[in-house]
Design a protein around this ligand. Sequence first.
Ligand code: G4P
Length: 534
Amino acid sequence: MANLRSEIERRRTFAIISHPDAGKTTLTEKFLLYGGAIQNAGSVKGKQSDKHAVSDWMELEKQRGISITSSVLQFEYNGFCINLLDTPGHQDFSEDTYRTLMAADSAVMVIDAAKGIEPQTRKLFKVCAMRDIPIFTFINKLDREARDPFDLLDELEKEFGIGTYPMNWPIGCGQSFKGVYDRDKKRILAFDDAHRGRERIHGIDVDITDTARLDELIGERRREELCEQVELLDGACFDFDLDKVRHGKLSPVFFGSALNNFGIEPFLEHFLQMTTSPLPRVASGEYIDPFDEGFSAFVFKIQANMNKAHRDRIAFMRICSGKFERGKEYYHVQGEKSFRLSQPQQMMAAEREVIEEAYAGDIIGVFDPGVFSIGDTVCEKGRKTKFEGIPVFAPEHFSMVEQVDSMKRKQFAKGMNQIAQEGAIQIFFEPNSGLERVIVGVVGVLQFEVLEYRIKNEYGCDLRRSPLPYQQIRWIEGDTDPKTLKLSHDTKWVQDFRGKNLLIFTSEWAIRWVMEDNPDLKLSEFSKNEEKED
Ligand code: G4P
């Protein structure tokens, strides 16, 4: 029991979110280096897969068999056991990216200091904010020309509606970047670009009132500027409030340079102190305590194997309570069946390993013979825990998909349904139309290619796909009858596979027009976590 408690207490499970190129891979790599999990920079795999061209993606996926290269990394740091969840970007961006955030207890948001908030940061932030999880901001690339730090904070506060608390403050940037001032310890961490990230940096203890020493270190002009800025920060910024941090209302902000190893250690130390061990999760209306001895987990991602020879899928589960033991019998709540999870795996740094045990906070991947759906619960036998489902996220790209050969109607319908059930695509129907014509919505365009490839290879059907101009989707709330709505040609009424009514729009503007024309209409950006209909 003592062992269970201490194992769970030392776990931290977080996701890194960013817009491509902000430095997520570099920062991840540095975390692993500091944790001693890898010896060389350049061994984190996510990067190549992020950067490959669309055309060689299939080949790559086929070679890899099952792609779990950059899904979860586990490493140790100062006695903590850290589970780091990767959120794929570039062409790999998909609904999975959002779902991964459901498995995290906090998020680290990496921002390029020259660019500020970018579109993908915005989308991922929204999903984190939905659950009020703590968000830590790392403003990266201070060794390059950067925007004014006050501007960057202002942007975060205005756009995201949260408070910010700079834990440290940059002294210059680009060529004249001198380091950061640690507000808590009131000392300077000086930047010496000569080592270029090859060693750890130790701060230089200087009191902010030690004018002579500061002048020596950063120069008189910078010292004066720093003192003014620190005064402004202390007077005008939010006060530090750990409770607000833990509820996602105040984001601690760190400045640094991942490439140069600068600011990583202080970040990790503060971050690990401020985040909590795995938090209770809601199941059937009550909170499940992570320290509860009984094992429970939910499926947040299903990765289909692109290799035709192996139809298996891998289901990723986040453990919410207790301890998982290999070979033990567990219960799949939705399937109402007991079973043993075969070949449970975990990512240790960049290697995939079969594991014997895992604890609340950990992520495990298990082979799925086709029984799991996104959001399913697996738990100790005799328990009937059912975790809240995972919301359906709004797709942003739409196509009309039709089967080419009318003789294959059954295979087409089966394939489309199965792939949709896995959560790789969302399918919609025009009311009163047949099943041979489906509107497919995806979060990332690569999913269309995956769909075409899989329908052909796994179900033997050819598709005709015509892109549609819609970009936004909203679920209609309440019992509004869509037939009574005033809709313009920019808006289309469709239904999902459960028969729920939705509207798809060509632009944000179109949403506003519909709202103006139909004042009683209530729309929602996410589909609620409702029980799946079997
Ligand atoms: P991502 O995963 O968020 O997409 O970003 P990634 O870490 O791949 O970083 C994107 C680019 O930014 C890389 O350069 C990386 O070296 C650079 N970078 C990351 N952190 C810093 C930093 O603190 N300062 C500076 N100056 N650059 C940084 P690249 O040229 O695209 O790749 P590479 O040739 O260096 O591998």
